[in-house]
Write a protein that binds this ligand. Sequence first.
Ligand code: NI
Ligand code: MN
Length: 227
Amino acid sequence: MSTTITWLGHGTFEVQAAGMTVLIDPFLTGNPSASTTADAVNPDAILITHGHGDHVGDAVEIARRTGALCIANFEITQWLAAQGIENTHGMHIGGQREFDFGTVKLTIAHHGSMLPDGSNGGNPCGLLLKLADGTIYHAADTGLFGDMKLIGEEGIDLAILPIGDNFTMGPDDAVRATNFVRPERVLPDHYNTWPLIAQDAQAWAERVRTETSADPHVLEPGGVITL
Ligand code: NI
Ligand code: MN
C-alpha cells in the first residue's frame, strides 16, 4: 500500500500511510481554499504544528467526533485536554516517537504558537515524518533557518515548504530552504489562501527546477502526491 499525501488547502494535509489516515493542521471551516469539510474527514491521528487558528482549526471538533489521537507539543496537548480531548500525545522539539502509522519527530520552526483563546501554545514546530515509503519534512509555518541543513541530513524524500510570505518564508527563502534541505521533491503550501499570501507557485516551481536539485510539485487543493 503506497503512501499518499493530499493537500486539503493552506497548511492542511491528509497523509495515508500504513493503512491509517493522518491529518496535519486540520483547518477546514473558514478556510477559503479548503477542498473538503471538517465533517467529511475521518482521521486516526491528528498532528498539530502550532497553536494558530489556521492550524489548530477544526482539531477539537474532529477529535471529539472521531477519537483520533492528537499529537502536538506538550502545551497544545494540555490545552486539548482542557477542551475535553482525552486521546493526546505530547512531544517536544527534537523528540521522536514511533506510532502505528510511522515515526514523528518535532523540529524547530521560527514562528508563533498562541492558541485561539490566547492560551500559551508552547513553541511552534515542524514535522519530520518517517513513513514506510519515505521521509517527509513538513516545515509548517516558519522563516528560513540554517539548521534546515541538519534536517536535510536525515534524507528527505518530500519537503513541504511555505511560500506565502508575510507570515512565513516567501518564495526567495523557500528556494534557499530547498537548497538547505536537499529533498528529492518539494511541495509548496501556505499560499493563495488569502490575497495577503498570494503567490505564483508555477513561477516558484520553475526557479526550483533551475536553482536547486529538487523536483517541484505544485498541487491544487484536493491534489494528491504519492510518496
Ligand atoms: Ni501560524
Ligand atoms: Mn499559518
